[in-house]
Ligand binder design. Structure first.
Ligand SMILES: O=C(CO)COP(=O)(O)O
Length: 252
């Protein structure tokens, strides 16, 4: 059985007060509504880490994650946060290779490999993002594009390390646009991704959780999560509203 995961990516949103309120509400709903079969990950901006960690304290299926980590272990890299710093604040997950990082911060596949390695060395589970822009989808080469992203960043990992990775498929044209992939489009890509991962890692890929991301909302999550190769979601906008986020968690 693959792990079902719903991760909230707050992106660059939320004051201290808003972050605390959001976290408390999510924690209370998950407890009150007895949600225990889904792994929930909150990925706030780094400075929220201590607050969020404290608030999720007693709930054993809610975890703290980062939205990124540095490709360097430590040192004079102003503004960066390392995997080891994140881990020291109690994070156990980290999003790596989000399309916004690739696009606005020019992160390369090779850099992402370094981030994945450092995350794993520090006991963090990477949520590795892949996904194609609109023009690639329209050209019909999206499968190849995504396979190349995975091959270039992940296929150097040992089988034991690869077994710890979570994948998030986020078609860029669906992020923040309100235009979600159809559940059939999501399933098609998730199945293609799993087959590709299996070509390198065999049966280990059967256990890899592959999350969908891109305008996932309470009204479309049940249909998307019902697909056999969709193991959860990486949620942007809707993760900032506690009721919506928890309804998505309850969509399996
Ligand atoms: O980028 C995303 C999550 O990482 C998806 O964002 P939206 O859910 O806002 O489309």
């Amino acid at each position: 059985m693959r792990k079902k995961i719903v991760a909230g990516n707050w992106k660059m949103n939320g004051t201290q007060e808003e972050g605390q309120k959001l976290t408390s509400e999510i924690v209370n709903m998950v407890k009150d509504e007895r949600i225990s079969d889904v792994t929930v990950v909150l990925n706030p901006p780094f400075v929220h880490a201590s607050n969020v960690k404290k608030l999720i304290g007693g709930v054993d299926n809610i975890f703290l994650g980062g939205q990124n980590c540095s490709d360097k272990a430590s040192g004079a890299y102003t503004g960066e946060t390392s995997a080891s710093i994140l881990a020291s604040f109690g994070a156990t997950y980290v999003i790596i290779g989000h399309s916004e990082r690739r696009e606005y911060f020019a992160e390369s596949n090779a850099q992402l490999t370094e981030k994945v390695k450092l995350a794993l060395e520090n006991g963090l589970t990477p949520i590795f993002c892949c996904g194609e822009p609109l023009e690639i989808r329209e050209a019909g080469t999206h499968e190849e594009y995504v396979k190349d992203q995975l091959t270039e960043s992940l296929f150097g990992l040992s089988e034991a390390d690869f077994a710890k990775i979570v994948i998030a498929y986020e078609p860029i044209w669906a992020i923040g646009t309100g235009k979600t992939a159809s559940s059939d489009q999501a399933q098609e890509m998730h199945a293609a991704i799993r087959t590709h991962l299996a070509s390198k890692y065999g049966k280990v890929a059967d256990g890899t959780s592959i999350l969908y991301g891109g305008s996932c909302k309470p009204d479309n999550a049940p249909e998307i999560f019902s697909k056999p190769d969709v193991d959860g979601g990486l949620i942007g906008g809707a993760s900032l509203k506690s009721r919506d986020f928890v309804d998505i968690i309850k969509s399996f």
